[in-house]
Design a protein around this ligand. Sequence first.
Ligand SMILES: *Cc1c(COP(=O)(O)O)cnc(C)c1O
Length: 492
Amino acid sequence: MKREPELLEDETLDPADWASIKELGHRMLDDMFEHLQSSRQRPAWKKPTPFAVDSMQQPLPYTPQEAATVYEHFFTQILPFNTENAHPRFWSWVQGGGTPLGMLADMLASGMNTNVSIGDHMPMYVEKQVIEWSKEMMGFPAAAGGILLSGASLANITALLVARHHFNDTIRKKGMQSVTGQLIIYGSAETHNCVLKGVEVIGVGSDNFRRIPVDDQYRIRLDLLRQQIKADREAGHQPFCIVGNAGTVNTGSIDPLEELAAIAKEEGCWYHIDGAFGAIPKILPEFADRLKGVELADSLSFDYHKWLYVNYEVACVLIRDAAIHRDAFATSVNYLVQHERGLSGGPDPMSNYGMELSRGFKALKVWMSIKEHGIERYQYMVRKNLRQAQYLAGLVQASPSLELLAPVPLNIVCFRYNPGGCNDEQLNSINKEILMRLHEQGIAAPSYTLLNGKYAIRAAITNHRSRLDDFDTLVEATLRIGREVTAQKTPT
Ligand SMILES: *Cc1c(COP(=O)(O)O)cnc(C)c1O
């Protein structure tokens, strides 16, 4: 066969000059360590410049550029305008801040470029080890199964698919059309929106998610749950799943998890717990009572990237009955058959436990982090964050111009500036303005929520770099900006 003359045998995507990529790699590492080490010296947020944004609206490049030039673009236009969730005063949404070793683990995983899906190779065993440890942390039985996913959203969807399969194992093949009566799922009105998306994905439809009202501590009302299940049965519907919250996203409230387990059992429903961040204090002996019931769930989701501070992205779903878990996803296709020997031997393919076929080596950063810190240091950090939440709540309560808007059972503090003499509508716009200025002035990055129509400044403390004086800074700045904002727009 005639070869095309311009086809060069030695041309690959590897660098022609390994020495210079090594040098660049070392510089990247130094830059990232410096970036992490100096997070406290930077503003808690910086708006991307128009120049930086414009640099992401360029035509598709056809010609090659030097790796060093590409890195320069990253270093000058992307890195400086990061979310800054490694900053000690970052408390927005629920985001962890990562660690240096977590970063390095991701580099190693990417260097190995393993597809943790199928085959006889060590990364498969590392993930199994992490799942074993996850079960132990959460009080799940040794026979339980589980898998790592990108986040609690995907972990919840995975659990809901198993729940649906448990209810009716023909739906996998025949679809929802084969079921008579509507499948109904229950959870509190405070349940995270990703669960509702999951209910849509599994074909049940979010209208069939019953948003049960909460009590004054934002916990599901068990009496109303029972009434609703009864009403649904009388209407000919099919209750199939109850979702409990171990730590709601708005206020960190914990549903009565044991009582929910009992109701699920009575009703023959699957019991799923969304413990994205709030299940983490399960590692603390002093939380044994408050999180009692986590271990009773049929399935549990939690994030490693939030309150266990592991770098994005990684979460875990545990399923009490490993056989049902497998049955909900297992396939037998010609190209994925396990062999007795060779690369195609090894553990059961991961694709038998979830929707993904190709998967990265997320397990490595979890495995390395747990080994590096030991559960003891995680216990210390989670306790520290819990104590910081109480400290912030205390500062709020001690200030006549601040108002605590919800109880603080975990690590989330919702409050607002309220100097008196303003109605809720005025307070909402004042507090929104305060939040935007806190960010713009680079002081701190809490986020917000609405609680019974009241705009709350919300600090979710999953930050291992925060110190108590960071919360003093937040409160002082809130009061100062509050005074500035109200001086400008005197309420009528
Ligand atoms: C963050 C969160 C989720 C979603 O988790 P991701 O990791 O962002 O996908 C689900 N439930 C609760 C309670 C959360 O806080």
